[in-house]
Design a binder for this molecule. Sequence first.
Ligand code: SF4
Length: 345
Amino acid sequence: MKLSGTEERDLILVLAKNDLLAKSDGKTLLLLKPRGFCAGVVRAIDVVRIALEAFGPPIYVRKEIVHNSFVVEELRAKGAIFVDSEDEVPNGERVIYSAHGVSPEVREHSARRGLRVIDATCPLVTKVHVEAVKFAKEGYSLILIGHKDHDEVVGTLGEAPLVTQVVGSPEQVENLSVPDPDHVAYLTQTTLSLDETKDIIAALKQKFPNIKGPAAQDICYATENRQVAVKQVASEADLLLVVGSENSSNSNRLVEVARNLGTNAHLIDSCNDIVPEWLKNVKTIALTAGASAPECLVEETIAFLRNKGFNNVQELEVMPENVRFGLPPEIVEAIAAAPAAATAD
Ligand code: SF4
């Protein structure tokens, strides 16, 4: 019998998990891989770091460059000035847009103010913006699946605000009303739960049988891979810990994925958030990190848990992940002008 690629991967993982657990006579810590930084986050952090080195302060950053408090504080300590709005940036200064993207209104406003913009929007978010513009130009009513207050959704909504409605649950689909039910399209935020999004899309297809979707799924590879990894180990773990900040959408979804499978799960900004009661009667912990959480916080958490007796530490690679994105042109030019002073990792 020939196994498909996915079946083969699942079989290898089951054997690896059984082997790990059999070898363990104490407490086990399973490190999920892939975890932590995605390509969009690496790129955004590089943009701020290189801009600070190449241009020197002040460098303004509109909103949190990525949704992680540790990363933001580290860049702030290096001289980045985080602001909520481009209004707060003095005329003519440099401003970096975050990985979550901005609306055309923000771009226009920045141009009127003469701001020197460096755009660190993740290319996978830009892809969704492009789709929104395309559907709107073709006269579609647009349904954006996502969390209405999230920075990314605010930016995407701004591409076609007059024809776009945001929905966050299958129930909300019921209340949608559009001028022509046969001319509707949907898009999604990049960091949603795959399962919940599937339910919302199913509800949309029931209400609007001719609805169109994006050519390729909008939920990004990093969100999907981290959720798949959690699903693979959820049943083996008594507890899943996700390193990530409270406002990180993809990190919160990892907690939900585990809980939906009946596994106790918590989001922690760092190991300092671990409550001793969580570890009572726990023999196996699975540890992962959201796409904006740095590996140093995972390492601190591993050291903390080793100290609590979780000495059998094993890494479980569910799939390889080797995505990298190129830097924005302003940063490439800055590196070319000062190669010794500013280089990407
Ligand atoms: S989570 Fe996905 S969409 Fe968001 S920055 Fe990372 S790669 Fe881009």
